[in-house]
Design a binder for this molecule. Structure first.
Ligand SMILES: Cc1ncc(COP(=O)(O)O)c(C=O)c1O
Length: 440
């Protein structure tokens, strides 16, 4: 047989499978390595899915006109007037992002760290990746000076950066870049003639929209910004696979949209009919959808802030989370004490949390961060418990105080503290049976 090029599966999906295997063997783990919203399906969404069951024809590649109009309306309500033909829907935003990478020539600039899929997608598209460090205050966007310098050096060494991917709010840091930063980065994109991909899949779960204003690069540099979004995170239906992309107006935007539609026609044909029914309903944002997004943003914020407090209390530095359901602590201030436990980089840090405390996190090296750094991503949305507990958490005034969430938080606190305990003190965690069942 001809040799195939092997690429490992996405690290978050791989860790998820490891967790399933270890749990099947009876191990009790606190799983913080998978970015899933974990909330009960809103009954109205399930109703729409059932209604959509009869939509069995293929239909247009970009999506039915009515779905595209609903997504256009979603953007218009956010101050971005949009004609329906500038929208393409697909089975999640992930394949849409891949199609954009295939359609745009040249290389890719990514914030460092960034969501773990952008770089492998660039490799599949035959592109070089140039990582650019993020500022101390927020992620999802490169530090402006470092971006200019990276572009300059990339071009000197034969690179051809043409695409800049931004994440607002960000996975993995759980933070939102402020409007001033969006202006600054868009000015660089304009000066350097970059296409901006603004991944806004977490936009509707900014924890406190009053305190954290959202500005899209599409507001500032509309002619060069593609926005991607979806329902996986805001409505917790990642397995249903519903995503959308909004392309710039004008000739260049149309060309890009057509290239993406051409790729879609060869890769996935169209978004499944029943999902188009769901998408049309959800992107129109009836009151129950608005209320669910608001309640989930509150819940995500409360639990992410609780994990942030624990990380900071343990001695890490960590950007306060403002959107989505992630925190990204940095244990650099504790490097000396961690070294005494053999922890010298993000891989050994993640391995120690797993082996000694049963806490599963995604090491920063898997997100394009410097491997030597002592950072990891923790997805806090997996702490909400089973379906009944998730519902309870959505309604609770103090979700972090609910017994099942508080129990998981205390395991995390103990695990983080164990990392820096002087050697010689007991370091193994309590036997699996003693760990509260709810933390699963
Ligand atoms: C930043 C970011 N973008 C895009 C996606 C992909 O989501 P989907 O393909 O479900 O729309 C994810 C999922 O983890 C994500 O975190």
């Amino acid at each position: 047989m001809t040799a195939v090029t092997f690429a490992p599966p996405s690290p978050n999906l791989a860790l998820n499978q490891l967790v399933d295997r270890r749990r099947a063997q009876g191990d009790s783990l606190v799983h913080l390595a998978f970015g899933e919203a974990r909330l009960p399906v809103l009954p109205q969404l399930a109703e729409q899915l059932a209604i959509g069951a009869s939509r069995s024809a293929y239909g247009p590649v970009a999506g039915a006109d009515s779905v595209r109009a609903a997504v256009a309306g979603y953007f218009a309500r956010r101050g971005l007037p949009t004609e329906a033909d500038r929208i393409v829907v697909g089975p999640g935003s992930k394949p849409l992002l891949m199609a954009v990478q295939l359609a745009v020539p040249g290389d890719v600039l990514l914030p460092q760290p960034a969501w773990n899929t952008y770089a492998p997608q660039a490799a599949y598209a035959g592109k070089q990746v140039f990582g650019v460090p993020i500022p101390r205050e927020y992620g999802g966007m490169p530090e402006p000076g470092a971006l200019r310098e990276t572009i300059r050096r990339a071009r000197l060494t034969g690179g051809d950066p043409r695409l800049l991917v931004l994440t607002l709010p960000d996975n993995p840091t759980g933070t939102l870049a402020p409007p001033a930063a969006v202006h600054e980065i868009c000015a660089i994109a304009q000066a350097e003639d970059l296409l901006v991909v603004s991944d806004e899949i977490y936009r509707d779960i900014v924890h406190d929209p009053q305190a954290t204003p959202f500005l899209s690069p599409a507001d500032v540099a509309p002619e060069r910004t593609v926005v991607t979004t979806g329902l996986s995170k805001t409505l917790g239906i990642g397995g249903w696979r519903i995503g959308a992309a909004r392309f710039p107006a004008g000739e260049a935007g149309e060309l890009l949209r057509d290239s993406v539609v051409a790729a879609a026609s060869e890769l996935w044909s169209t978004l499944a009919g029943p999902m188009q029914q769901v998408a049309e309903y959800a992107f129109a944002e009836p009151p129950e959808i608005v209320a669910r997004k608001r309640a989930s943003a509150r819940l995500h914020g409360a639990v992410a802030r609780a994990v942030h407090r624990i990380a900071v209390g343990a001695g890490a530095v960590c950007r306060p989370p403002t959107g989505g359901f992630y925190v990204y602590p940095d244990f650099e201030p504790l490097r000396g004490r961690l070294a005494a436990h053999g922890i010298t980089d993000s891989a050994s840090l993640a391995a120690s949390l797993l082996e000694d405390s049963g806490i599963v996190v995604l090491g920063g090296h898997l997100l394009g961060d410097r491997p030597h750094a002592l950072r990891f991503k923790a997805a806090t949305s997996l702490l909400y418990g089973d379906e009944r507990q998730q519902q309870e958490a959505l309604l609770a005034d103090d979700p972090a105080g609910l017994p099942h969430i508080a129990a998981a938080l205390s395991i995390i606190a103990e695990g983080f503290a164990r990392l820096t305990r002087p050697p010689g003190r007991p370091s193994r965690r309590t036997p699996p049976d003693a760990t509260p069942k709810e933390s699963r």
